[in-house]
Design a protein around this ligand. Structure first.
Ligand SMILES: Nc1ncnc2c1ncn2[C@@H]1O[C@H](COP(=O)(O)OP(=O)(O)OP(=O)(O)O)[C@@H](O)[C@H]1O
Ligand SMILES: [Mg+2]
Length: 264
């Protein structure tokens, strides 16, 4: 992308998450990230695409404050990240659902930690359980749910604490293609409804092109930003029509050509 085009993107949306010269070398010497710098604009869904093992989960975990960087800095809403915080929520399948607690308590858990009264936190939790399509499952336990449903519990919990930034690590990877497409539609609806900043890791180029405002393509480990693509696929139409459209297919092909060189 040209510097002029990059400036145009930056001018339109202020960055909610700013990653500056971030490096991560794990104990044992694996260099996962090498001075990576990238912005994630407010109110947008940005996908991270890159070869397996390039450091996507590492980057998300550092932004979440779950692990420290070796050097460099992450700013969220203008403030440096020094640990986990309520303005960021990590969503991925099975992540930290409490197996002994039902859906309602799992979703209300972040509010429980904040000391919100039981009746109030349950009312908020019920609203978000319904909004992710799990109404009626409030009293089910995690082991009684499918993988996709558990992922929705994680999403409802992130929404209940009203996080500004949702960090999603391959949230749809464990579901069949049909369910995945339904989730993609639900996600687009959620984005339209809630003004939040989404960072979304996926292995699927098609999925990234379909749901993203912006796609950051990462190189092989230690990863750096290899390209940034902004799909313009004319959302809000029949999904099947979009997927047959040349704008969609061309973007998928361009990204594939850019990622292909990283295959061993
Ligand atoms: N806790 C850890 N200790 C040591 N090395 C690690 C640790 N976690 C990840 N790594 C290494 O860091 C590199 C990046 O891992 P990471 O999980 O961030 O990649 P990824 O892009 O998310 O991969 P995938 O697409 O397969 O999920 C890999 O080489 C991995 O082996
Ligand atoms: Mg990963």
């Amino acid at each position: 992308m040209s510097p002029a085009a990059a400036r145009k993107i930056e001018a339109r949306h202020r960055p909610m998450v700013e990653v500056r010269h971030l490096s991560k070398i794990y104990a044992g010497g694996v260099e996962a990230l090498n001075a990576i710098s990238v912005d994630f604009p407010e109110g947008q869904l940005t996908s991270l695409l890159g070869p397996s093992g390039c450091g996507k989960t590492t980057l998300l975990k550092i932004i979440a404050g779950l692990i420290p960087a070796t050097s460099g800095e992450v700013m969220v809403d203008g403030r440096p990240v020094t640990g986990p915080g309520p303005e960021r929520a990590f969503v991925f399948q099975d992540f930290a659902l409490m197996p002994w607690a039902n859906v309602l308590r799992n979703v209300a858990f972040g509010l429980e930690l904040k000391g919100v009264a039981q009746s109030e936190r349950e009312a908020v939790a019920e609203k978000h359980i319904a909004s992710v399509g799990l109404g009626g499952f409030e009293h089910a336990f995690p082991h009684e749910l499918s993988g996709g449903m558990r992922q929705r519990v994680g999403l409802a919990r992130a929404l209940a604490v009203n996080a500004k930034v949702l960090l999603m690590d391959e949230p749809f990877s464990a579901v069949d293609e049909q369910t995945r497409r339904k989730f993609q539609e639900d996600l687009l609806e959620l984005i339209a409804r809630e003004h939040k900043t989404f960072l979304f890791v996926t292995h699927s180029i098609e999925e990234a092109v379909y749901v993203s405002d912006r796609i950051v393509i990462l190189s092989k480990r230690p990863s750096q930003v290899s390209a940034i693509v902004e799909p313009e696929i004319g959302r809000g139409r029949d999904p099947d029509q979009i997927r047959r459209d040349s704008a969609y297919l061309d973007t998928v092909e361009t990204i594939w050509q850019s990622l292909k060189r990283y295959l061993d």
